[in-house]
Design a binder for this molecule. Structure first.
Ligand SMILES: Cc1cc2nc3c(=O)[nH]c(=O)nc-3n(C[C@H](O)[C@H](O)[C@H](O)COP(=O)(O)O)c2cc1C
Length: 322
């Protein structure tokens, strides 16, 4: 089983197939650069460090420039496809030299040709085998398989990483990256054993020195146990949250049927509902996305050390299993 310099590493020009997920508000340039400098792939989010009056395109340009000043290694940008300014954001990112894009929450077909014509590698996040096949047929370079364990918005199929990833690996000929519930080297090795060529992690990278997430949010992650997360919006827009009072309220109050519009989701579970908790640490007001692996996250680490220790420990695990 190859860990270093495998197909994903060659595709993305990185040393270690470990991706830091592009998370709203908190996938900031400092975090991205630390992950990329350690040989992984950092991904900026469109809303990283955004203040309410920031203009999104200008902010993205500023963030890309800042990350570029902090690392000469490859890094990427995660694009929420329903964003009303997605085309302008992509144009700006390409102008700023972006060479790797992750797309999610929509069909990649509209944008993949445009990006690939500009020498950008495209990775698309999916939670179903048929969406992985469709993404492949639309020309993406790689799919990220999103299991139900992960933090934030989830696929309504409720498929775990353990069963989703191998089915995806069997169904497509492009590389698959596993995501959801991977928070330590054991999970990393397990994902590789399932046939994934890399992993993407969100929750583990929040509890790092370089992530600008609020300290109270980080501490709440460290305090999390096996039952530390809940799914709200199960029948419409399943979203995995830290088990706070407000999350339980969201779980119980988001109705089972009807009003399944984007606006309803945004105001109850989406981006705006998370700013107060993620950036300002107000866990009584905002919703805090987190993966169900929180019970295994026990310390704030240097983000580069997450990549380095995962690689070392994974290699150790593999050598003792031979
Ligand atoms: C704080 C946070 C915000 C996230 N936001 C989004 C999002 O807006 N849309 C999405 O598709 N996935 C989102 N995710 C999921 C990540 O992209 C990634 O797939 C997930 O974190 C992997 O699982 P893990 O948290 O167990 O590592 C988010 C995850 C976290 C932790």
């Amino acid at each position: 089983m190859r860990i270093r310099q495998n197909e994903v590493c060659r595709l993305l020009g990185i040393e270690s197939p470990i991706l830091q997920a592009g998370m709203p508000w908190i996938s900031n340039p400092g975090l991205v650069a630390a992950v990329s400098n350690a040989g992984g792939l950092g991904l900026l989010h469109l809303t990283a460090e955004m203040a309410p009056d920031d203009e999104p395109v200008a902010k993205l340009r500023e963030n890309i420039r800042q990350a570029r000043r902090m690392t000469s290694k490859p890094f990427g940008v995660a694009f929420y496809l329903p964003h009303p300014q997605v085309t302008s954001l992509m144009d700006a990112a390409v102008e700023e030299g972006m060479r790797i894009a992750v797309t999610y929450a929509g069909s990649p077909g509209l944008y993949t040709g445009y990006l690939k014509d500009r020498d950008v590698k495209v990775l698309h996040q999916v939670a179903l085998v048929r969406h992985a096949r469709s993404a492949e047929s639309q020309g993406v370079d790689c799919v990220i398989g999103e299991g139900y364990e992960g933090g934030g918005p989830r696929g309504s199929s409720e498929l775990s990483t353990l069963v989703l990833v191998p089915q995806m690996v069997d169904a497509v000929s492009i590389p698959v990256i596993a995501s959801g519930g991977i928070v330590d080297a054991r999970g990393f090795v397990a994902a590789l054993a399932l046939g994934a060529q890399g992993v993407q992690m969100g929750t583990r990278f929040i509890a790092t020195e370089q992530c600008i997430a609020h300290q109270r949010y980080k501490e709440a992650l460290l305090a999390g146990i096996d039952t530390g997360t809940v799914i709200a919006g199960r029948y419409q827009w399943p979203t995995r949250l830290l088990r706070t009072d407000v999350a339980l309220q969201a779980r119980d109050e988001v109705p089972r049927k009807g009003r399944d519009t984007m606006e309803f989701w945004e105001s109850h579970l989406g981006l705006q509902a998370t700013r107060a908790s993620l950036l300002e640490g107000d866990l009584d007001a905002g919703l805090a996305y987190a993966g169900s692996g929180v019970g295994l996250v026990s310390e704030i680490m240097d983000a580069g050390d997450v990549v380095r220790t995962f690689m070392e420990q994974a290699e150790r695990i593999l050598s003792t299993r031979r």
